[in-house]
Write a new protein. Structure first.
Length: 386
């Protein structure tokens, strides 16, 4: 292979690999529960506002109530420990304003998350969270406090589906154990639609919508004798609830690029029990930096291929391919291998990655570990081995 052709293949290969992975991964950047690249960070600031229009009692009957508003702000810092594991910690400030007013730093929290790509369309994440209050309450306190005291633990699983068109669907389900309240199931189902993108700036904006819900498991410490629970506060039903539940449809607008993202969200609590009815709105600002993504690592390593072979046979299920190079050509068992579709016009699209599974003198078997395209692998594709 002459120098000019090698440079041409390398340049087109870098662009094609970048484009293929961007098509799959760009919308994933719009969700904050997936990991960052190793060494990457994300600083986030969020402001939330809720205004009450009504309330529900413990039996789900709607009540006429006085005005109540809650404002809170949260900052946190997220760091990629590896390409699949991240840590996150933050602080929340809250102001309640009703018949009485309370304000102050409400809690700190820490999160540990793991996320991975299942295949070219599906991704999943698991997040553990601990939240600790920065205030204390007396059990029989009758004036409005900042919220429910005591530590809160939760474990959340999220699954993401990326369709061929620019759609991202996600479902999150969390098991939450609040202090002195029944354990709960928190769930969120949302759909994000990417509307436009400017490739030169990697800028995109999107619309989203979905439903948030909380379902009580009705197994709190006062379930057998509700009269023993702490007294409720007159300003709001958000705190010191009993088997609280609610449903909130929402819509959101998202804009940004790989460095920053702004998310504006609005929703209406339409059904509930032992909670407030009302409007909620939030603005989330995210700033990212540092680290090198797995795709960028692969692009940086493009020039390090030592062997170029052809696929001469593909297994029926596409899990293995046989190539026409082996030990005599410098192919070693366990070596990383990338599969490309090429042509004489310079097309060089990254299709899949794998490793050398078996090797003979003049042949080798590649086990496919990850696919970047839906189309099946074919004989004649170029396999580059490091």
């Amino acid at each position: 292979m002459n120098y000019r052709k090698a440079v041409g293949l390398a340049v087109s290969g870098l662009f094609s690999a970048w484009a293929a992975a961007q098509m799959i991964n760009d919308p994933i950047l719009l969700h904050q529960d997936l990991p960052l690249a190793q060494g990457s960070w994300a600083a986030q600031g969020e402001g939330e506002y809720f205004t009450r229009t009504g309330a529900w009692d413990d039996d789900g009957q709607e009540l006429k109530v006085d005005d109540f508003k809650r404002k809170q702000a949260q900052i946190d810092f997220k760091y990629g420990l590896t390409d699949k594991i991240f840590g996150d910690a933050g602080l929340r400030y809250r102001q309640n304003a009703g018949l009485e007013t309370s304000r102050g730093f409400e809690s700190v929290f820490a999160r540990l998350g793991y996320g991975d790509q299942i295949n070219q369309r599906w991704m999943a994440a698991l997040v553990l969270q601990w939240r600790h209050p920065l205030f204390s309450l007396e059990r029989n306190q009758t004036y409005l406090g900042l919220g429910d005291d005591g530590d809160e633990l939760s474990v959340q699983g999220t699954i993401f589906y990326r369709a061929k068109a620019p759609y991202l669907t996600s479902l999150s389900v969390a098991y939450v154990v609040p202090h002195e309240l029944s354990p709960e199931i928190d769930a969120e189902l949302q759909q994000i639609i990417v509307l436009a993108k400017k490739p030169a700036a990697d800028f995109q904006y999107a619309l989203g919508g979905g439903v948030d819900a909380v379902i009580s498991l009705r197994n709190g410490p006062y379930q057998q004798d509700p009269t023993q629970r702490p007294p409720k506060w007159p300003s709001t039903n958000l705190y010191r609830s009993f088997n609280r539940q609610w449903v909130m449809p929402f819509a959101k607008i998202i804009a940004g690029d790989k460095t920053w993202t702004t998310t504006i969200k609005g929703g209406l609590v339409v059904q509930g029990r032992s909670t407030d009815k009302g409007w909620a709105a939030s603005v989330l600002l995210t700033w990212r930096g540092g680290g090198v993504s797995p795709l960028e690592k692969k692009v940086a390593n493009f020039k390090e291929y030592t062997v170029e072979a052809l696929a001469i046979k593909v297994s029926p299920r596409g899990k293995f391919i046989k190539i026409d190079q082996g030990l005599r050509d410098g192919v070693d068992r366990g070596a990383p291998a990338d599969i490309y579709q090429t042509d004489y016009l310079g097309k060089n699209i990254l299709f899949a990655s794998g490793e050398i599974y078996q090797v003979g003198d003049t042949w080798a078997i590649v086990r496919i570990l990850q696919k970047f395209k839906i189309e099946p692998l074919q004989t004649g594709m170029v396999v580059r081995v490091r």
